[in-house]
Design a binder for this molecule. Structure first.
Ligand SMILES: *Cc1c(COP(=O)(O)O)cnc(C)c1O
Length: 476
């Protein structure tokens, strides 16, 4: 099948997929058993015999898209996964076709230039000095630096590698010193705990920072906490703050935390995978006030900046720490060469890497920063309106006033009841939500990622929840 015909078939099928998802006609999610789906898509026969030509291709696509989770459905409120901006999806196609794995400049000069430029844009948003172009005037104050990676989890690991390079410069050769600990709120994303495992420190090296009932770091208790760790013979690899935390979307108070970390000479890493996009809104950026005093930031463009998965940025205030995070030597890649651009390979876990920056660039270039900012504001406003509306229903409780696009609510009854309601709700197919633990209870969690979701979808969600609650019984 010629590429042009395959594109046309795919575009036709995707067009229908988008239309009937947005029209609320098909279920958001329908989980058929794996074996039945494999048979429906005829996977094994196609692998063995080939023949994904004209008719078979369309047949396969219909089966595949028919069983896909429909993020474009306004009832999609499940996870922090974006509903991609159309220009981001076009960028993903351009990246697939050109396939320039641009970790070294010569394998994708245009892709590397785009990444260099979007990283500098992000550094400026964070309040840090952008990197000068290669050959440009260095010197003076240290510059920021960054790199795009395949996801926030890898980005968190990479940022903590940079922190390790500062506190233990020989760790790349000698191994991670056993006295290092990572300090993070219990509400941190699990990738922080995994980083402790990956460093070989184990989970015992993850120290829970004192937090309030909402899971936010209490800045006033941080200094004595760090002093106690030091007295007990530990060295702090980094303090991690959330901007915002995954479960309920609440932000830590960065300025107060950063001041304590500076005083103690400790690296402050800000996990802004979800919430750093507030930096693009003049109205919302105050939530990250004080970020400029931190040492590193993770910012996923594939969450609130509407890039298709994946595009995650690791940003550091001083580029040299990221540059010394990995000391590697692959003679065919790393050698002195005269070149007009930059190699990014020494900053990443990955070797081959997608042209991630193109997606972010094309989304931003479509509507400019203003459109990106308006999207963040619209979703935040919707979350606040949804929380106020739910709070006004006597049978709903809301966990916290939303600070992002995440709303946690529940009906009277046990944690098990909330889980049963969610199960029934997603089986019915009109809404897709997640749940989260917060304040030691389980909540129904709405993550309002979809620009097409409206208050009527929140109202129909509440009606569905009542229906399933009554059907599931109110006990125990
Ligand atoms: C989503 C998220 C992550 C993980 O990012 P991925 O891109 O899914 O790997 C890390 N931290 C926070 C706070 C997040 O919200």
């Amino acid at each position: 099948m010629p590429a042009s015909a395959a594109y046309r078939t795919a575009l036709d099928a995707l067009g229908e997929f988008l239309r009937d998802s947005a029209g609320r006609e098909r279920p958001v999610l329908q989980q058929k058993p794996l074996a039945a789906l494999a048979a429906e898509m005829d996977l094994e026969r196609l692998i063995a015999d080939g023949g994904l030509g004209d008719g078979a291709f369309r047949h396969f696509l219909d089966a595949y898209l028919g069983a896909a989770t429909r993020l474009y459905h306004p009832g999609y409120m499940g996870h922090q996964v974006t509903i991609p901006h159309e220009m981001g999806t076009v960028a993903a196609l351009i990246d697939a076709v050109t396939n320039n794995p641009m970790a070294i400049y010569e394998m994708g000069p245009s892709a590397a230039t785009v990444e260099f430029t979007v990283i500098n844009w992000m550094l400026r948003k964070a309040g840090w000095r952008p990197a000068p172009p290669p050959g440009g005037a260095g010197g003076g104050e240290p510059c920021g630096g960054g790199v795009l990676t395949h996801g926030g989890s890898l980005a968190n690991l990479t940022a903590l590698m940079a922190a390790r390079a500062r506190v233990a410069p020989d760790a790349w050769r000698e191994g991670t010193p056993r006295d290092l600990v990572i300090c993070a709120p219990e509400a941190s994303h699990y990738s922080i705990a995994r980083a402790a495992d990956i460093f070989g420190l184990g989970r015992k090296a993850l120290k829970a920072v004192p937090c309030d009932g909402d899971g936010r770091i209490v800045p006033g208790e941080l200094a004595p906490f760090l002093a106690k760790l030091r007295a007990d013979g530990h060295r702090v690899l980094a303090v991690v703050a959330n901007a915002c935390a995954t479960a309920a979307g609440l932000y830590d108070r960065l300025r107060d935390i950063a001041e304590v970390c500076r005083e103690a000479g400790v690296w402050l890493h800000v996990d802004g995978a979800h919430g750093a996009s507030a930096l693009v809104s003049a109205r919302e950026r105050h939530k990250l006030d004080g970020l400029e005093l931190a040492d590193s930031l993770v910012w996923d463009a594939h969450k609130m900046l509407r890039c298709p998965s994946l595009c995650a940025a690791v940003l550091v205030r001083e580029a040299r720490w990221l540059d010394s995070a990995f000391h590697d030597d692959a003679s065919y890649l790393f050698h002195d060469k005269e070149q007009p651009g930059v190699d990014l390979i020494h900053r990443t876990v990955e070797c081959t890497k997608a042209a991630l920056g193109l997606k972010l660039f094309m989304v931003l270039a479509a509507g400019g920063e203003a459109e990106a900012g308006r999207f963040v504001e619209r979703q935040t406003d919707l979350a606040r309106e949804a929380a106020a509306w739910l709070r006004a229903r006597p049978d709903f409780e809301v966990a916290a006033e939303p600070e992002s696009n995440i709303v946690c609510c529940r009906v009277a009854g046990s944690d098990a009841l909330q889980l049963r309601i969610r199960e029934r709700l997603i089986a019915a197919g009109s809404h897709y939500i997640s749940t989260a633990e917060f304040r030691a209870r389980r909540w129904l969690r709405l993550v309002l990622m979809n620009p097409a979701t409206e208050m009527r979808d929140i109202e129909s969600f509440a009606a569905e929840v009542r229906r399933h609650r009554d059907a599931a019984g109110t006990a125990p």
